[in-house]
Structure formats: C-alpha cells, structure tokens
Design a protein around this ligand. Structure first.
Ligand code: ATP
Ligand code: MG
Length: 292
C-alpha cells in the first residue's frame, strides 16, 4: 500500500485523509487488501478524484489486467468495505436488491427481507463493486439507474421502502469489452460512470509485480518474461493474437510454472493453449522460443 500511496498527489492525499472511513470492524473482512500497481500515476489519481467527488467509476479493460485488484485496492485506500455483484445473464432483481424468505418468530411464520449487495452497500455507505457489468441482460441493471445517478436511491420492489444511500456509498463497475457473452453497455448506464481504461502493465511495474506476486525470483528470467509480455501486448494490438494472450494473470501463471518446468512448456500451458486458433498458438510458441 505504501508504494501506491507515493503516487498520489498532495491534494488528493489530503482529500483521501478526509474521506477515508475512520474504521469499521463489523465489515473488516470486506475491505480489500490492496496490491494493484497502476501503469501510470494518472490512472490512480483520476480514479480517486472521481470517487471522492461521489462519482461512479467504470474500469474498462481486457481480462487479467487487474480491474478487480484495482477495485480492492480502492476499497483499501478508502478503508471502505466493498460488496460485490457478479453479473451474468441470470442476474435478476433479487440478486441485486435482495429477496423475501420465510422465517419463524415465536413459532409463527413471518416473511422477512434479506438485503442484497446493493441495499447493503447503500444502507451502510459502503462501496459496491459490479463485476462484468456487460454480462447482465440489458433490462436488469436499469433497475438501479436511480442508485447510479444523483438520486442515489431505489424503491425496494419487495418491501415498498425507498432506500437512500448513506454517505460514503460509491459504485465501481468493471467491464471486459468484446468478451464472449457480453453485450455493449446500455448508453444510459454507461453515461452514469466515469470511464477509466485499465491496460496491461509493462516494464518496471510488471517486473515489480512478478517479483512480488509470483514464485519466480530469478532476475534474468523475470526480464525475459517482461520482454515476452511486451511483444504479446504489441502482437495483440496488431490483431495477430487475441487480447487475452497478453493477460497479466496468464503471464503470472507462466512465471510460477517456469520455476518447476521449462519456460517454453510453462508458456504453452498458461498462455498459448488457451488460444482458439492454431495460428495464434504457433505465433506465441515461436515468440517464446526467441526468448527461452
Ligand atoms: N496492474 C496490476 N497490479 C497488480 N496486480 C495485477 C495487475 N495486473 C494484473 N494483476 C494480477 O493479475 C491477476 C488478475 O487480476 P484481476 O483478477 O484483477 O484482473 P481483471 O482485470 O479483473 O480480470 P477479469 O476481467 O478476467 O476479471 C491477479 O493476480 C492480479 O494480482
Ligand atoms: Mg475481474
């Protein structure tokens, strides 16, 4: 955490000190651990600025770029518990808002309401993280449009209560464009967010991440993996391989495996065999052979 804090401008730091949750032990396990390394300081500073002003943030980037890690790091920086929603085509009002269930009180049946992540985050003034926001059916998320704009409120369809978000409530969403099963994000929904592009990290930042987050400790090999990654990012940008070939998650797996098996095989298992096209697999293996 101290590393990332050094990237924050003095103005933002002062703001952050003011906006930081002074402490909540009840939900301590929902506070993120941190660990995100931004590719450049602006990305962090802009995101913090938006959140401090009470705006919603949409993290947009390819798979394994650290979007979820970034959200957890924001939760850590603000010391704010974060409730999570994972979107899928099955996401419905209940999985967002909550649902009714039958309980027994003094041996009598009663209907109770169990709040879902949206209501919990609003009631406590916590963070809400909506992952894979474009995996949801287009008609589901508009249910919370009012939560995402200046109203910061929703009518609970199960109880009829109007829920207003407590101070501190913020929404962070993540989107992985182009992923199979995703739909373009509804314009009105997109309009309610500040968009932060989260690219794959490179160079010295990537070296630091490999050192701290993988089993690989040999500096020479780390350097080769960083160069491989750079070439994969370039190849992906030129359309020679799909974007996920450059995933940092896959690269970290390859680094781990390379401590037990030859790097070429590690790259095959962790990176190239995930590709659909034979030509992509070949391209990556050939590229790997130029390094290892
Ligand atoms: N910039 C980064 N800083 C720290 N960790 C990173 C970074 N980029 C990738 N990682 C690491 O890569 C792995 C994947 O990160 P994460 O799950 O946050 O990606 P994601 O963008 O949410 O991917 P997906 O779209 O598949 O959910 C984690 O182990 C994470 O620590
Ligand atoms: Mg994620």
């Amino acid at each position: 955490m101290s590393n990332i804090e050094s990237l924050i401008t003095p103005e933002i730091r002062e703001f952050l000190t003011k906006h930081r949750n002074p402490g909540s032990t009840e939900f301590a396990d929902l506070i993120g651990k941190g660990g995100y390394i931004p590719p450049h300081p602006d990305l962090l500073v802009d995101t913090l600025a938006a959140l401090m002003m009470g705006k919603n943030v949409l993290l947009k980037g390819p798979t394994g770029a650290g979007k979820t890690k970034f959200a957890e790091t924001l939760s850590a920086l603000f010391n704010q518990p974060m409730h999570m929603v994972n979107c899928s085509v099955d996401l419905d009002a209940e999985s967002l808002i909550g649902g009714r269930f039958i309980a027994y009180k003094d041996e009598k049946q009663v209907i109770e309401f169990a709040p879902g992540p949206v209501i919990k985050a609003m009631n406590h003034g916590h963070f809400l993280y909506i992952d894979e926001v474009n995996m949801a059916k287009p008609e589901t998320l508009p249910l919370i449009n009012g939560v995402l704009d200046y109203r910061r409120m929703v009518t609970n369809p199960y109880t009829g209560d109007v829920v207003k978000a407590k101070q501190g409530f913020r929404v962070i969403a993540a989107i992985n464009e182009g992923y199979i099963g995703t739909v373009p994000l509804n314009e009105a929904l997109m309009n309610r967010f500040i968009v932060i592009e989260v690219p794959y990290i490179k160079g010295e930042e990537l070296k630091g991440l490999i050192r701290s987050n993988s089993l690989l400790k040999d500096e020479k090999t780390i350097d080769l993996f960083v160069r491989l990654s750079q070439d994969l990012i370039l190849a992906a940008s030129q359309g020679k391989v799909s974007e996920e070939a450059a995933s940092i998650r896959a690269l970290l797996d390859a680094c781990d495996l390379s401590t037990a098996i030859p790097p070429i095989r590690a790259i095959k298992r962790a990176i190239s065999d995930k590709m659909e096209e034979e030509s992509e697999k070949m391209f990556i293996q050939n590229l790997a052979e130029t390094f290892f």
